[in-house]
Design a protein around this ligand. Structure first.
Ligand SMILES: [Zn+2]
Length: 419
């Protein structure tokens, strides 16, 4: 089994077995962490963020901002930091060299060796990573919302998360996923990053990227897979509910729009920074660790508003030396419906630029809100039905996040009470 991840480093799990969670660990000073930090802690522990072994120290964050690398020169575009209330550090007398216990939702989560305690210049990070300090950018707001003190150091999980239905069947750690990829007989895997319920534009994006990734391989026995990796993180009202996103992607395969031997849906925990090009590189690193060989990037990948050019996330890969990143970007333009061609077609192929009809997420959304079933050329009927079923089952009647959903939804994962 090949467990080599990003930066040619082996993907290792940093999880302390329950039998080794001793009285000593239980009596450590405890620091409660935010949802984002808990999700990132889980990612570090299972190797999603290989080669990171913990939260970054000051030197590491500076290297990421200034050179887009870790301190050792490994390509890395986004700081991964643990922010803590200054008061916690002071009242609990936390100092370098301490071991502490991170807790989340009143349960223990991970042990941490404190190697660095520092402050950060948030403006400098925003400029370097997001390319803006505009407070309207959600990534800037997220940065501004962080506490002012940061802890750096290695972590190890003491309490593995229990994923709740329907997410449990889509949760694979990088090591588990790599085993599945080998079992599937896939030599190449092209990743699709999503936070959406798929319309035909997304479906064809995946199909086109599959052709591109499969390339010159013989076609008698297919050896290229599509990994739909759904991002699970904080939600805002109006977003599709998480349950619908995973179940609708799975439905595309169940309804045979994709062969079940070339398609797989999984989840990853991640709080989007909307950092455009830098985030595209981060997604590429994440999927390298998941065992993917290719990653599709469409228009406006990981962007927001008009902070980045539509294809900035394509172009940044031209600046990365090949040996720095193992995964290959598959750069895709737009798919649209063309009434002259009479089919869903591609902006790099169809010349009917006057007649083409772009897939509009906003239009599809307003049709769904009005309970109008969109035409099957833009939205598969099976997906619509699954979306409505998910709305009833998980969304309090709505396929989009409402205040009620955000307040009362079942958690994606739980941390069991350990002691
Ligand atoms: Zn056409």
């Amino acid at each position: 089994m090949n467990y080599e991840g990003h930066g040619n480093r082996e993907i290792r799990e940093r999880v302390i077995p329950e039998s080794e969670v001793t009285e000593k660990i239980r009596k450590l000073k405890q620091i409660p962490v935010s949802g984002r930090c808990a999700r990132e802690c889980i990612n570090i522990a299972y190797g999603f963020f290989t080669p990171l072994e913990g939260f970054m120290g000051k030197e590491e964050v500076d290297a990421v901002c200034e050179r887009m690398t870790l301190a050792d020169g490994t390509l890395w575009p986004i700081p991964i930091v643990l922010d803590v209330k200054e008061e916690e550090i002071r009242t609990k007398k936390i100092k370098k060299g301490d071991s502490i216990l991170l807790t989340y939702t009143a349960s223990s989560l991970a042990m941490m060796e404190v190697e660095d305690i520092f402050r950060l210049n948030k403006t400098k990070i925003a400029e370097a990573v997001l390319g803006t300090t505009d407070e309207r950018h959600p990534g800037v707001r997220m940065l501004r919302g962080l506490e002012n003190t940061f802890l750096g150091g290695k972590i190890a999980l003491v309490n593995p998360p229990e994923f709740q239905p329907p997410f449990d069947r889509f949760w694979y750690t990088p090591r588990q996923l790599r085993k599945r990829i080998v079992e599937n007989g896939w030599e190449r895997v092209v990743a699709h990053q999503t936070r959406n319920v798929p319309h035909s534009g997304h479906e064809w994006l995946m199909k086109g990227a599959w052709f591109s990734a499969n390339g010159e391989l013989p076609v008698e026995k297919l050896k290229t897979g599509i990994l739909v990796n759904c991002i699970i993180g904080p939600k805002r009202t109006g977003d599709y509910i998480d349950e619908a996103i995973v179940l609708c992607h799975q439905r595309l395969c169940e309804a045979r729009y994709f062969r079940d031997d070339i398609h797989m849906v999984t989840i990853a925990l991640w709080d989007m920074r909307y950092a455009g090009p830098r985030e595209a590189i981060f997604h590429a690193i994440l999927r390298t660790n998941l065992g993917c060989t290719h990653h599709m990037f469409g228009r406006d990948h990981a962007g927001v508003g008009s902070y980045y050019g539509s294809y900035d996330a394509h172009r940044i890969f031209d600046q990365i030396p090949q040996h720095k990143l193992k995964i290959k970007p598959v750069r895709v333009l737009e798919w649209w419906y063309c009434p002259i061609c009479g089919e869903v077609t591609y902006s790099g192929l169809c010349g009917h630029s006057q007649e083409r009809q772009k897939f509009s997420g906003t239009l599809i959304r307003s049709m769904i809100e009005d309970k109008v079933k969109p035409t099957k050329l833009i939205f598969r009927p099976e997906i619509y039905d699954k979306l409505m079923e998910s709305a009833e089952k998980y969304g309090f009647g709505s396929p989009f996040c409402t205040e009620k959903y955000l307040a009362e939804r079942k958690p994606v994962f739980k941390l069991p009470a350990l002691w």
